[in-house]
Ligand binder design. Structure first.
Ligand SMILES: [Fe+2]
Ligand SMILES: [Fe+2]
Length: 483
């Protein structure tokens, strides 16, 4: 086993990047550390800061066994800086430098582009913790409470990962950007987070599960494309983040799945066949399937906006520079330069949504979004299997990607979830059937009561099939501190 597999815990900041002998960067990070801890302490409600949470901590980057599980108080969590092992003789995978050795230092001509991409990625990490900050108070079980905090501490670690790159490779302006990452705040009027979806609220647990399924999956796609970067430290950083990200999407997929399962079980038990018999279903203390569909419509479309404009010169420049690749760039079989290739991007012609061929270089955002849509479809199919297996006649469907969009070609028109252009009157008449209304929000909120007894679950959600780290059903995932 090489050195890089083991993480050193003798500095304040656990790491496998040799911080102990990199005094300048170590000092910079130690200076940044108190601000980070303050941010965390101000954010997460006090009672949970004192609680013991059964968390995993990365102790290695060996894919076969990188995590250790134990009870930790969150402010004492060891947020580390971990890079995946270096790939020997790695080459820049795309763009005009394709085939040249990867960069170990920032190439001067791409410095500002690279810094901007790292800052945007870094900005999303604390933003999601901010969005989820109050959910601990209404967790449907200790198991779910633990999962929330696991996701939160790992998003915190992802912030550390980006701050390390800024401090190590970008000098004074990197340090400034690192400080600014703690100043912006989700939903703030004066200093909001950089991307729209990260300024939306996550008001309830169904939103949290949808967010971790759909929005963390955007995170996955961005990390996948940055993992292809010709700037090797960024690539290695993102590769390790991806191993953690998988759990976040697992929390989302199983969370929505368990919600669906409980709803269908309750309907069967009460002899309700019609999924649109909403009042009766809600009276059972579960979330009706049409409302779950509406939540999905919202979070899916917010996440699509994160891919940016369909045709983008910024994206073309990043690809051409070899700073950001396509999904699985190293497995694609073309010239990886895209000088002559074309790609079909969404557009609107004569009131209908069409695909129009443009230079592929300018369409890398669209292509990544297409890969995302395919990836996101998988879980929806598995949710439908749960419904089908329990014998309820209802099918969840991803809305057309034109629906409810704020960015790109669809932003200037109104669409229904089938992707047809509609006018304002039609939109107003049906929007409460397509997106969660205030009343839907109030109903879901009414179910959000905390359940704090080990092995017990709120009325609206089924227990998981397996425990974290294979723990038994009544395992106490959180030892709550009495307020
Ligand atoms: Fe993350
Ligand atoms: Fe995540």
């Amino acid at each position: 086993m090489s050195d890089i597999m083991n993480v050193s815990y003798d500095t304040l900041i656990p790491n496998n990047v040799g911080l102990a002998s990199d005094k300048r960067v170590l000092k910079g990070l130690e200076k940044w550390h108190p601000g980070y801890i303050n941010w965390w302490n101000d954010l997460i409600p006090q009672q949970f800061q004192q609680s013991l949470i059964y968390l995993r901590t990365a102790v290695s980057v060996d894919p076969k066994g990188w995590a250790k599980f134990d009870y930790v108080k969150m402010p004492e969590y060891r947020w580390g800086i971990l890079l995946a092992p270096q790939v020997e003789d790695r080459k820049i995978p795309c763009g005009e430098h394709a085939g040249e050795p990867v960069w170990q230092e920032v190439p001067g001509e791409y410095r500002s582009m690279l810094r901007r991409l790292i800052v945007i990625q870094g900005d999303t990490e604390p933003a999601s913790v901010e969005q989820q900050r109050f959910l601990g108070k209404t967790a449907p079980s200790l198991y779910d409470l633990r999962n929330l905090f696991q996701v939160n501490v790992e998003e915190g670690r992802h912030l550390w990962a980006m701050v390390y790159l800024l401090q190590k490779y970008f000098g004074a302006d990197g340090r400034q950007e690192a400080n600014d990452l703690l100043l912006r705040s989700s939903g703030s009027e004066d200093a909001p987070r950089m991307l729209g979806a990260f300024n939306e609220e996550t008001p309830d647990w169904l939103s949290f599960f949808m967010f971790t399924y759909f929005t963390d999956r955007d995170g996955k796609m961005q990390l996948e494309s940055l993992a292809q970067s010709g700037f090797d430290p960024l690539s290695r950083s993102c590769r390790f983040m991806l191993t953690e990200e998988a759990h976040h999407m697992f929390v989302g997929e199983t969370g929505v799945g368990r919600t669906i399962q409980r709803t269908c079980e309750a309907m069967i038990k009460a002899g309700i066949e019609d999924p649109y018999d909403i009042e009766k279903i809600r009276a059972l203390g579960v979330i009706d399937l049409p409302t779950i569909q509406k939540k999905m419509n919202l979070h899916y479309t917010l996440s699509l906006d994160l891919f940016g404009r369909e045709v983008s010169t910024n994206a073309a420049n990043a690809f051409n520079a070899g700073i950001k690749g396509r999904f699985m760039e190293n497995r694609l079989e073309d010239d990886h330069k895209l000088n002559d290739a074309t790609y079909g991007v969404c557009d609107i012609v004569d009131g209908a949504v069409v695909r129009r061929e443009v230079p592929a270089l300018t369409a890398v955002n669209m292509r990544l979004r297409d890969d995302y849509v395919k990836d996101a479809r998988g879980g929806v199919g598995r949710w439908n299997k749960i419904i089908e297996k329990l014998g309820i006649k209802f099918e969840l469907k991803l809305p057309h990607e034109a629906f409810n969009r704020k960015i790109g070609v669809f932003a200037d028109h109104l669409f229904n979830p089938q992707g047809q252009i509609i006018d304002q009157a039609q939109y107003d008449a049906s929007i409460n059937d397509w997106l969660p209304s205030n009343a839907d929000g109030d109903f879901i909120q009414s179910l959000m009561v905390p359940v704090t007894e080990a092995g017990q679950y709120a009325s609206w959600i089924a227990p998981p099939r397996v425990g974290i780290n294979n723990m038994a059903g009544d395992f106490e995932y959180v030892k709550l501190h009495d307020a």
